[in-house]
Design a protein around this ligand. Structure first.
Ligand SMILES: [Zn+2]
Length: 200
């Protein structure tokens, strides 16, 4: 990040300015959490304007990312963000810190997460611990239609919620999708963001 605009100890000022100038972007991970009601844009902006840097995550390939702690209406919120190659602020993800990963909003669990669940790997995106779970609803699109895979075995990142599936599960899922093995239909709630715009 030698040509980066973030200077040591001035991260919060830089984050705050970017938010006030609306010069930042949100990752798909954040959008997913917005839709699920787990975080809000107002919360993220408030954390970036009034919070403090909790952790600095250095990465040999990608730029340094920052874990920022703040609150909105008394509710603690963590925002992970970084400066991208175009010197734009990108919000990688945001979540409410909670056990088992966090003992308190500012202190990690010294045991590193669930004591019961065995770690099955490390999250590529945030370095969090992966544990085995069964996903109730895994959503994807097929020929413009929203589809849900129910009871999908996956590895879940305890920290950011990213999910990973194994090669074996991937192959079986792919086959089921190809065979269109649908067991039922459900209604989906739709938000039309720009009704006046024609799709290209
Ligand atoms: Zn993660």
């Amino acid at each position: 990040m030698e040509s980066g605009e973030i200077r040591p100890n001035h991260e919060m000022e830089w984050f705050g300015n970017r938010v006030r100038e609306s010069r930042y972007s949100l990752s798909e991970h954040v959008v997913r959490y917005l839709v699920e009601g787990k975080v809000s844009v107002q919360g993220i902006e408030n954390v970036l304007m009034t919070g403090r840097v909790l952790e600095e995550h250095r990465n040999p390939v990608r730029s340094t990312s920052f874990l920022v702690y703040g609150t909105l209406g008394g509710q603690p919120l963590h925002v992970k963000c970084a400066e991208d190659v175009d010197h734009q602020l990108v919000v990688l993800f945001a979540y409410v810190p909670a056990p088992p990963v966090w003992d308190s909003p500012t202190r990690r669990n010294s045991l590193g997460g669930s004591e019961m669940a065995e770690s099955v790997g490390t999250c590529f995106f945030c370095g969090g611990k992966l544990i085995e779970i069964t996903v109730g609803n895994y959503l994807y699109r097929y020929e413009g239609q929203m589809c849900a895979v129910k009871r999908l075995p996956a590895a879940l990142c305890e920290q950011c919620g990213e999910k990973y599936i194994s090669a074996e599960v991937g192959r079986k899922l792919n086959a089921l999708i190809d065979e269109k093995k649908f067991s039922g239909t459900e209604e989906a709630n739709v938000i039309e963001f720009m009704p006046e715009v024609e799709l290209s």
